[in-house]
Design a protein around this ligand. Sequence first.
Ligand code: ZN
Length: 245
Amino acid sequence: MRYAVLSDIHSNLVALQVVRDDLADAQIDRYLCLGDIVGYGPRPNQCCDLVRELDAISISGNHDEAAVDTAQAEWFTAPARACLLWTAEQLRSDNREFLASLPRLRIVDDRITICHGSIPDPDHYTVTPLDAVLSLEAMETAVAFFGHTHYAEWFASTRDGRLPAEHPTPSGGSLRIQEGVRYLINPGAVGQPRDGNPKAGYAIYDTETNEVVIKRLAYDIAATAEQMEEAGLPEAMHARLWLGV
Ligand code: ZN
């Protein structure tokens, strides 16, 4: 089975299309989406449409939840909140229903757990090995994918009392799944990377070869920035795309 794992698309259709095109010949059996399909970016409906078209097994992120229940937007920073209120206005009713229907956690094919921030708490940022322990101890599968931080990286744990090893992969990389080890993997963000590399991130997990490949792809940032400017979205939100922060 070959899974494509996408996270934090954030209404960045230009980036999502580049990822979709790159995966066209990758013999993907199933697409997984780790939430935050919308928020920040200029094309919320088109991104929902594409995720639905790919028949991706999806969960919700905090931005998806706040876009369909704007009372939650008050917990966000002022620019993020402005994007969410704009997104809420733009969303077609079918896409609002789609986002509202998404669960917060899923176990896919009895072997992969997908969550947004962490397994116990979708809003928790998994940044350090200590954060990773919360998910690595709670997971019921050997492999889990998470997003929310927009950093491509993975943690591995043999659960021998030591902290899990952290492996940042901002330029892409690969890992081989070993027997008896638990893995918590962030494929990076499709639509708003924050690990210093502005390229779109995603991962492929091949259960035959036991390999996970984390990839980065250049996309037309100027095109997304222009769409954001036209939509009147806060300048800080497109400025950061160039820097990957
Ligand atoms: Zn996000």
